[in-house]
Design a protein around this ligand. Sequence first.
Ligand code: KIV
Ligand code: ZN
Length: 505
Amino acid sequence: MDRVIIFDTTLRDGEQAAGGMLSIQEKLEIARQLEKLGVDVIEAGFPISSPGDFEAVRLIAKEIRTPVICALAHAQPEAVDRAWEAVRKAEHPRIHVFLSASDIHLLYQLKKSREEILGMSRDMVARAKKYTEDVEFSPMDASRTEPEYIYQILEAVIAAGATTVNIPDTVGYAIPDEFGGLIEGIFQNVPNISQAIVSVHCHNDLGLAVANSLESLKRGARQVECTINGIGERAGNASLEEIVMAFKTRQDFFNLTTNINTTQIYRTSRLVSELTGFMVQPNKAIIGANAFRHESGIHQDGIIKMPITYEIMDPRTVGIPASSLVLGKLSGRRAFKERLTELGYSLSEKDFSHAFSVFKELADKKKEISDRDIESLIAQELRAVSEVYHLDWVQVSCGDRGIPTAAVRLIAPDGQVLADAALGTGPVDAVYKAINRLVGVPNVLTEFTVKSVTEGIDAIGEVLIRIESEGTPYTGRGADTDIIVASAKAYMNALNRLLAAKKAS
Ligand code: KIV
Ligand code: ZN
């Protein structure tokens, strides 16, 4: 069986998704989880694009030792130099140079000739090669580029030292058979192609990113660029979990394998969703809430008799926790610790004590606490950004008579207790207005989603919001059995991120 290199670009192309901004610490946390997942390459960012991106790549390169750490650079000397500066401390550094190749981009965007593009590509690969042995090159918009020109570029960059040549379907335009044909053509027409790994990078504008990637891998590509939950620019990138599980489930067809520890897929997906604020749609393959749920009576009957009747994958292979009820009010520290260990968490004594006291508070309100409740609790308590303002309490009055009213009390950074009240069109609006009166940072609420973590009337409600201030989006998340309190927590979470970012800049 041939092994496919999994190149994860969640932290670069994934973060390019509109509104998906991550802090440096959040990127590091995702990188640690990607290492546990077993990805071969982490594209950690585009260092020249911002000081924050540079710092994130630098820290990831310093800490994460097993995968290759890759930094993106457009084909300009200063971008290549900056990429190297960021990635040089990595155990296995890579520089990824890209430049547009299609006539559409050359004519309307770059205003350069094919010869100039060829020269720049070759020169920038050669420049990167002086820094590191591991250099990747991407002719951007390859799927809309004349194949003969792609062959010429690839031959030139391989001669200049590229060890991986990546074929991007930048605008998600390709159709599987056609894209597979392009890959086959590359193997047949680029004389020195055996000196490089052929990679593919597909976008999902027509919903074909995974299909295009699989077809190319079937026809000889051996690296695939993908993201967790398929997040990325516009409609996103090919989804890592779908590609990996296609190989695992249909080994008979592909005869390809990866280094991925599939039992880490679910946790990685949850982490990326929590930190980016992009919820996973319920019907999303592999990791959606309904992916392993059977509704029809005939299907349920089959599953009870023999799961293979209607289940092509065992949910445990992707690490989906059993939704069995586990803990309750009488559960002690030991039972809670054991459950956390089973779910893959290892907390410091301080974090554990904090999580346990929150668990006890929850157990007072909710009779049975499931694995999903515990996950939500950990996400909420341990990944909280350091607070500038702390929500002390919130009280609302609402209904179909009278005006919704909210009172809130916050603890300010200097320890001062601040309280105020406001009216609103609804209870959440009233709470947000009361908080605004105290914090006083102008922003616009652009997204508000509420969902329940588990079934049942006493379920935890999870609220996810996005606010925008001076053109920058900030996400916030809050969880509580009371959705108004969860909404207040989510807003405070987003405001604290906004204030921390302002302070940092
Ligand atoms: O979609 C694209 O073309 C890219 C390149 C930078 C590889 O993301
Ligand atoms: Zn892309």
